[in-house]
Write a protein that binds this ligand. Structure first.
Ligand SMILES: *Cc1c(COP(=O)(O)O)cnc(C)c1O
Length: 394
């Protein structure tokens, strides 16, 4: 894996620092009054003003809070962005982005988008007059010919959830821009350590920081990064006007998680590779979906736009839903749970657990599919756990 080294677009005084250094230092200078090395939790709703309308940059904590500002500066730097705005959840961040659209405009999304994204667009925004359609974005050959009129935004995830398909960000950015649409990339599955979509032409990057960035299953949050001053202005306006901001404790926990993102992602990738090797050789497994495999249809694109292949692995069980369910219920270290991207290994059955609402929709997933979020435990232990679960079902 090649480590993301210097930030070619750095304009924030980071002096060409590498990723891990930026994660620990950008926005996190020692606190000027006391010298506290860690950014404090500014648990306050309001800020004293020196004179009428004269303040130190903070007035009311919905509009701005110093702990949140530190998080926004650090994460913007990791995405190589000029600006970043933190929200209360990934979906709150998505909501703020989608509010850029006007009734009659259209969102074109991938056909295996995150279920919550699909629900937000196809129910909440559809009711507000926003059109949508779902396409297979792994094959862009006939997208231009089938381009929906009024498309103002293209919404991409890569790798996707839970099928781990790969979308060529540079290629879809080119098509979106040719059609005067903005490109949004949900970078939750890769994390900025493995993929920086702004480099490939994305206009907006969105994260559920609940996943890899927070990394410890203890906080829910969202983040948006952009290099456009107009988009930043819109998002800050929505963050303040609608108020779906995270609290200072959430910002503190997310920032604490982000400091070790580089270390964790290296380990997630290593452990995922070990798990993939086990799965590939096992009789209980019909096929393995992982962008790091040379036979994965998106492997070449992933190798180009990602620095490692990530910690998410999906596979199809030999023997349908019954075998899949038995495997998911037989692991001991892999916890049977939704969510992903944290230190502990998780296993889930998307068809029943996270993607049940997609049944009958373009986002429906096979019923023999299992998704693993491979954690950062000792590799031998998680491989042994998965092996005993697979063996038991034979
Ligand atoms: C979890 C997730 C979201 C939604 O984020 P929340 O923090 O749960 O609101 C969006 N996109 C992807 C890919 C996710 O995994």
């Amino acid at each position: 894996m090649t480590t993301p080294s210097t930030d070619p677009a750095a304009t924030d005084g980071t002096d060409g620092w590498g990723f891990a250094t930026r994660a620990i230092h950008v926005g996190q200078e020692p606190e000027p009054v006391t010298g506290a090395v860690t950014v404090p939790v500014f648990q306050t709703s309001t800020f004293a003003q020196e004179g009428v309308g004269k303040h130190k940059g903070y007035e009311y904590a919905r509009t701005g809070n110093p702990t949140r500002t530190a998080l926004e500066r650090a994460l913007a730097s990791l995405e190589e962005a000029q600006a970043g705005i933190a929200f209360a959840s990934g979906l709150a961040a998505e909501d703020a982005i989608l509010r850029m659209l006007a009734p009659g405009q259209h969102v074109l999304m991938g056909n295996d988008a995150y279920g919550g994204t699909f629900r937000l667009i196809s129910t909440v925004f559809a009711k507000a007059g926003i059109g949508w359609s779902a396409h297979d974005l792994t094959d862009l050959s006939d997208l231009q010919a089938n381009w929906p009129a009024e498309t103002a935004m293209v919404w991409v995830e890569t790798p996707t959830n839970p099928l781990l398909s790969v979308v060529d960000i540079a290629a879809i950015a080119e098509i979106a821009h040719r059609n005067d649409a903005l490109l949004v990339v949900d970078n939750t599955f890769a994390s900025p350590y493995l993929q920086t979509p702004l480099r490939y032409g994305a206009d907006i990057v969105v994260h559920s920081t609940t996943k890899y960035i927070g990394g410890h299953s203890d906080v829910v949050g969202g983040f948006v990064a952009t290099n456009s001053a107009d988009i930043e202005t819109h998002l800050r306006y929505i963050a303040n006007a609608v108020g779906a901001i995270g609290g200072p404790w959430d910002a503190y926990l997310t920032l604490r998680g982000a400091k070790t993102l580089a270390l964790r992602m290296e380990r997630h990738c290593e452990n995922a590779a070990a798990v993939v090797e086990l799965l590939q050789g096992h009789d209980a497994v019909a096929s393995v979906l992982y962008p790091g495999l040379e036979n994965h249809p998106g492997h070449a694109v992933a190798a180009r736009q990602m620095r490692g292949f990530g910690g998410m692995v999906s596979f199809r069980a030999n023997g349908g839903q019954e075998r899949a369910t038995a495997i998911a219920e037989s692991t001991k270290l892999f916890t049977l749970a939704e969510s992903l991207g944290a230190v502990e290994s998780l296993i889930e059955h998307p068809g029943v657990m996270t993607h049940a609402s997609a049944a009958g929709s373009p986002l429906e997933v096979p019923d023999d599919l299992l998704r693993l979020s491979v954690g950062v435990e000792d590799s031998a232990d998680i491989v042994a756990d998965l092996k005993q679960a697979l063996d038991r079902t034979i």
